[in-house]
Design a protein around this ligand. Structure first.
Ligand SMILES: [Zn+2]
Length: 215
């Protein structure tokens, strides 16, 4: 690497004061934020006044105190229940099972689904030490035990672990709840893709062309 400054300092030495460097490093740790963007964001934050910065810091610091897990479905919530479980216009007879909260948001953006959710909090992945019991499955059984659910859509990602989760869970559910209709979202989605970031049109077609699960 060539030296960027007269005086022999290496180009890896930052041009910024240490506090801005530290902030840049933190921002650089966020997904999709490269070094240059992180620098730009850090300088933009430096341009904010003290009140705005304090408010920003407070918003970040209080996230874990203000965001809860829905006690029914495991999605993110402002209180004990999430907005979908509280919404009387949703169809409680249909549940979409997903691996995490990001997918609930992706499905909602497709405007194709009016049922409820169940968030597993991960994917079955024995090689990584994640067994099916480690996921939020017991509470799914409890919901299904109430007998009001007609269909469960297995909407985990079409990657290896997501497929394994869907088929393992389908077998467990078919055995325990033989009346239940089990379906799998259509994998018009690229194999290996992370469902959390599927665009609305792709997600809509995956949901509408779901197929009955053969167990
Ligand atoms: Zn909920």
């Amino acid at each position: 690497m060539r030296n960027s400054r007269p005086g022999g300092k290496s180009s890896t030495v930052s041009e910024y004061p240490e506090a801005i460097d530290r902030l840049t490093e933190t921002l650089n740790g966020l997904p999709g934020i490269g070094k240059r963007n992180a620098e730009r964001l850090a300088m933009a934050l430096f341009g904010w006044n003290q009140d705005r910065l304090a408010d920003f810091a407070e918003q970040a610091a209080s996230l874990h105190e203000r965001v809860f897990t829905c006690e029914a479905c495991g999605h993110l919530a402002d209180g004990e229940r999430c907005r979908y479980c509280l919404d009387p216009t949703r169809d409680p007879a249909v549940i979409a099972v997903v691996e995490d909260a990001k997918q609930v948001i992706a499905i909602e953006k497709s405007h194709m689904f009016r049922g409820l959710y169940h968030v597993l909090g991960g994917k079955f992945s024995p090689l990584d030490g994640v067994e099916i019991e480690d996921l939020n499955v017991e509470s799914l059984y409890e919901r299904l035990d109430q007998g009001k659910v007609r269909e469960v859509i297995l909407a985990t990602s079409p990657d290896v672990d997501g497929e394994a989760t869907a088929s393992y869970l389908a077998n467990l559910l078919a055995e325990r709840f033989p009346q239940l209709s089990l379906s799998r979202i259509a994998t018009g989605l690229p194999v290996g893709s992370d469902l959390s970031y599927a665009d609305s049109a792709t997600m809509a077609s995956a949901l509408s062309s779901r197929r009955t699960f053969e167990t």
